[in-house]
Design a protein around this ligand. Structure first.
Ligand code: ATP
Ligand code: MG
Length: 583
């Protein structure tokens, strides 16, 4: 954080910002509740696009509409270029708007952002040349508009923000983002990682208990999908593993609908030009395909309608959700594999995952959440609109989390925020095995009762109460390490029923695309049963508490220090004294 932009805490007005390649959002906190702000167009998901027409600057949804008739003076999909050299960027998504250029290694765009000089009749008397703007300048201008909308909404000038960043943003990219925000007049209180912001938004709800848990955050956006496994331990978040994918995303789903409707158009108008071969037709096709895709997240059917799609011919059609899920199957399955791969990368099993948070616009897609609920056991909560009525809008999670964090830290001086938050954001050291006590179950067998869960960030302190035998007396507390293993029980072999091919769901009227055996999901063989069981590991300490009262309890406190040394304290609840041992 640069000194020049630091603002005294009492003078701050803070918001949370997510700045994506496709969309951005702004949010603020009121009465401990985060709310996403609608801009002057009424949008809460604000397209990350700037467009210049006759010297006027448009941003958001208005700029997106200009992609049809003003693509060259519109700039889209640029967030990921911040802090990168030209040679390392991927310009795939910039074909339908201003193309990135190499200006001495700096990613730049040429845009006609000023109007020509005109006389009173509107005739051009002097042409004003186009400007070459660096990605820093483009991001600055966009952020200025975004924050301007927040200031208008709040009725006072926003001074400071917490901004979310992908977990794979390097220091250069982060510095470039902070520099662009500063240039737009914003003090950056903190950059927080996108998945942690999403988890924060859920954890801040009054009804949520702060439990130790392992959460998978699947952030499925427009041009990238990012998945992270996050351990939440006593309010500390540790990112255990991440994966980033640039092939399975919202734009890939749009493309499937674009191809689908282009083919249908050509079938009906066999001599017409393919709308995919003309830039303007393609832009119209793209905008409408995205709208149709979004409608399919809510309804079972959606319409698609474009005036003058190609060669002046209007086109209108419909698609149902089943058909869409069928033709999009390969992309949808890509999301499954991505999520599974990250769980594996974290060295975990699906049974270890307590929650899956679906974040990002593409996470509205009902089939994605359904597929994930088939992959994870019933004990895993899938937090998505189609699987949980109380789920938070996936498109709003990150902005809300950022706004909550902003309101938490706004009272601190810039220097203190810097120090206090670095540890929380980066990966801190954590224990690998669980620590707990040995207890007897109803059958009289020794079982492991976890107290400090694996992946807990240290230092950590946890306390549990262990019931003494009914009649009281001496209680032996054995503190041990624990680790999990997965117990697999194979189902009883049974005669497999023949499923006739004709019983499968098929769309009658289409023959051109991969016909699918989609209903396979429902006819899977009965699955083997998999459970996570604790195994008792090394003994760390044993303590005997003598003469515990009838019906009494023993309190066991485990402190794991930053250097991973452990202190165990045991005492009878309500009694003085106790046993303390350092390991
Ligand atoms: P990225 O940085 O990956 O390009 P982002 O983080 O800026 O994306 P998001 O708003 O999270 O953007 O995701 C945008 C994607 O989500 C777009 O492809 C959009 O079409 C899609 N999307 C938005 N709403 C829905 C919906 N209701 N149903 C399906 N897809 C949706
Ligand atoms: Mg995103």
């Amino acid at each position: 954080m640069s000194e020049s932009t630091a603002i005294a805490p009492e003078n701050r007005t803070v918001i949370g910002i997510t700045f994506g390649n496709s969309n951005s959002s702004i949010a603020f906190t009121v009465d401990d509740k985060a709310e996403v702000i609608a801009n002057e167009d009424g949008d809460r998901q604000i397209p990350t696009i700037l467009s210049y027409v006759d010297g006027d600057e448009y941003y958001g949804q208005q700029a997106k509409a200009f992609l049809v008739r003003n693509p060259k003076n519109s700039v889209a999909y640029f967030r990921d270029f911040l802090g990168q050299e030209f040679k390392s960027i991927d310009p795939t998504h910039n074909h339908a708007s201003a193309h990135p250029q190499d200006v001495d290694g700096v990613v730049s765009f040429t845009l006609k952002d000023k109007d020509d000089k005109k006389d009173e009749e509107g005739e051009v008397v002097e042409e004003v040349p186009a400007s070459t703007l660096s990605v820093h300048e483009v991001a600055t201008r966009y952020l200025r508009r975004l924050v301007g909308s927040a200031s208008d909404y709040l009725g006072k000038k926003v001074t400071s923000a917490v901004i979310t960043v992908p977990t794979n943003f390097n220091d250069k990219q982060k510095a470039a983002l902070v520099a662009a925000a500063n240039a737009a007049g914003i003090e950056v209180l903190q950059l927080i990682s996108e998945p942690v912001a999403a988890v924060l938004a859920y954890d801040a709800r009054p009804e949520s208990e702060l439990q130790d848990k392992i959460v998978v955050v699947a952030d499925l956006g427009g041009t990238r999908s990012d998945v992270a496994v996050v351990a939440s331990r006593g309010g500390m978040y540790t990112v255990l593993a991440t994966a980033h994918d640039y092939e399975f995303h919202g734009v890939a789903l749009d493309k499937i609908l674009m191809d689908h409707f282009a083919k249908e158009f050509l079938k009906r108008n066999s001599s017409a030009t393919d709308p995919r071969e003309n830039a303007r037709s393609l832009a119209k096709l793209r905008l409408e395909a995205e709208a149709t895709k979004k409608a399919l997240s809510i309804g079972a059917n959606a319409s698609f309608s474009v005036e003058s799609l190609s060669d002046g011919i209007d086109f209108a059609s419909t698609v149902n959700r089943l058909r869409y899920e069928t033709i999009a199957r390969s992309v949808l399955e890509g999301f499954n594999r991505l999520v599974e791969s990250v769980v594996k990368k974290a060295g975990l099993d699906v049974l270890d995952i307590d929650e899956v948070v679906l974040s990002g616009g593409t996470s509205h897609t009902p089939r994605i959440a359904q597929n994930l609920s088939n992959i994870f056991p019933e004990s895993t909560r899938i937090l998505a609109p189609s699987t949980l009525a109380t789920a938070i809008n996936p498109s709003e999670l990150q902005a809300r989390g950022a706004a909550l964090q902003a309101s938490l830290i706004q009272e601190y001086d810039a220097a203190d925020i810097d120090q206090s938050t670095h540890a929380a954001v980066t990966t801190v050291s954590h224990i690998t095995n669980a620590i707990g006590v040995v207890s007897l179950n109803e059958a009289g067998e020794e079982v492991f009762v976890p107290i400090v869960h694996p992946e807990t960030a240290v230092p950590a302190r946890r306390t549990v109460h262990v019931a003494a035998p009914k009649e009281g007396g001496d209680v032996l507390v054995k503190v041990v390490e624990g680790n999990t293993h997965i117990k697999v029980t194979k189902p009883e072999p049974k005669v497999k029923e023949e499923v006739s091919k004709s019983a499968k769901v098929e769309d009658a009227d289409d023959e051109d695309e991969e016909d699918s055996d989609f209903s396979d999901d429902e006819e899977q063989e009965e699955e083997e049963k998999r459970e996570k069981l604790w195994k008792i590991g090394n003994t760390l300490a044993e303590a005997a508490i003598h003469g515990v009262k009838k019906g009494g309890k023993v309190e066991v406190t485990i402190n794991v220090n930053a250097d991973l040394s452990v202190i165990v304290t045991t005492r009878e609840v309500g009694a003085k004294g106790g046993v303390r041992g350092q390991l």
